[in-house]
Design a protein around this ligand. Structure first.
Ligand code: FE2
Ligand code: FE2
Length: 379
């Protein structure tokens, strides 16, 4: 194996080892939090018996537990997060989905902030060109739509956006279709009464968090169908709320469910772009940030090249990949180097992604993976 790939894999294995401890802890905290709330709300009383040995998180401790999980997410990158075995399983959907929405929402929000800041600066310097003769690049402090403290609170909102679901029976949540009107109304309460009740019971009093819980399924353009609660002027919804909706759709569509397969991430990004593009300028900037940040080839996914080779995505920007099969699909155990598919050299070598093949997960391709990637994905 080339030194470059070997070095990268060593780095990744080490990062994953450090991450797994924090991840297990976060998972435990989340499950304790859920169980404590279930007890509080007397959900599925027969379930309680199995859970008797779990730690109870008291009301005052919830925020602490939530912050611990946030800390873990802030320190992790997407490749590591997506490399856990849990990511591909269907149990613990609420945990995986909450992490996903929080992670995606936060990176998109940060990108939106950056772009917004740049546009404001460009607009202001263009407008006052004449009077800004002595202006030097770097003299203006960045103007962020959301300051860092706000970003942190919004992240928290993304993490707990669906906590109202704790008060809804699992049988109803896992029903794949054919919900009656009343059942649908009950499920929708997670973004209304139940969500707000969760905040109240846990002493969380913050307008960002409240808005995310209330409006993460709301229409974000006029006359959008299947949205709730009904909201008269969707373009007035703040950008962070619109981001929560897109992150929620992306996560829900790309995760495996008890009743369905995970969607192809490339298609999901394209569908979201198609559905929400051309509505209003701020939504357009959000979409642009979303596509730029999420990319169409997520880290840890497997793509097929037009020449038949399979590649593992190390970085969705580019994307940068490791080639791990020959053109006939046979595994190459020792990887040569990390290739940037957007570079001139790879284009001149005719290395292009074949869009006819959907990206696959490492689990689907497990038998074909070289040993070093198997090892990376087996914990
Ligand atoms: Fe929701
Ligand atoms: Fe959700």
């Amino acid at each position: 194996m080339s030194i470059e790939v070997e070095q990268k894999m060593l780095e990744l294995m080490q990062a994953k080892k450090n991450f797994l401890k924090k991840y297990q802890r976060a998972k435990q905290l989340f499950s304790d939090l859920v169980k404590s709330q279930e007890r509080l709300f007397n959900k599925d009383s027969q379930k309680k018996k199995d859970d008797e040995d779990s730690d109870i998180i008291n009301v005052g401790e919830s925020v602490h537990a939530i912050n611990k999980i946030l800390e873990m997410l802030y320190e992790t990158d997407r490749l590591i997060l997506n490399s856990t075995k849990d990511y591909f399983s269907t149990d613990d959907y609420l945990f995986q989905h909450s992490l996903g929405v929080c992670y995606i929402g936060t990176v998109v929000l940060k990108r939106f902030n950056e772009l917004f800041s740049q546009y404001i600066k460009n607009m202001l310097t263009a407008k006052f060109k004449e009077t800004l003769k002595h202006y030097r690049e770097g003299d203006m402090a960045p103007f962020f739509y959301y300051p860092p403290e706000a970003v942190r609170t919004i992240s928290m909102g993304y993490l707990i956006h669906d906590m109202g679901k704790i008060m809804i029976p699992d049988s109803l949540l896992n029903k794949k279709s054919g919900l009656s009107r009343d059942e649908l109304k009950e499920v929708q309460k997670h973004a209304g009464r139940y969500g707000t009740l969760f905040l109240k019971m846990n002493g969380i009093n913050n307008v960002y968090v409240e808005n995310i819980i209330k409006y993460h399924h709301a229409a974000i353009y006029r006359n959008e169908k299947n949205a709730y609660p009904v909201y008269q002027s969707p373009s007035d919804l703040p950008p962070y709320v619109k981001i929560s909706k897109l992150a929620d759709i992306y996560s829900a569509m790309t995760l495996k469910r008890s009743y369905g397969e995970a969607g192809n991430p490339t298609k999901v990004v394209n569908t979201i772009f198609r559905d929400y593009s051309g509505r209003d300028p701020i939504l357009q900037l959000i979409l642009y940030s979303f596509v730029k940040e999420i990319g169409t080839c997520p880290e840890g996914s497997i793509l097929t090249l037009k020449n038949g080779q399979s590649v593992y995505v190390i970085n969705s920007r580019g994307p940068e990949v490791i080639v791990f099969t020959d053109q006939a699909g046979h595994t190459i155990e020792s990887a040569e180097k990390i290739i940037d598919l957007s570079s001139h050299s790879s284009k001149s070598l005719n290395l292009f992604i074949d869009d006819q093949h959907r990206p696959k997960t490492p689990i689907e391709m497990f038998d074909r993976l070289p040993e070093y990637l198997k090892k990376f994905h087996s914990e």
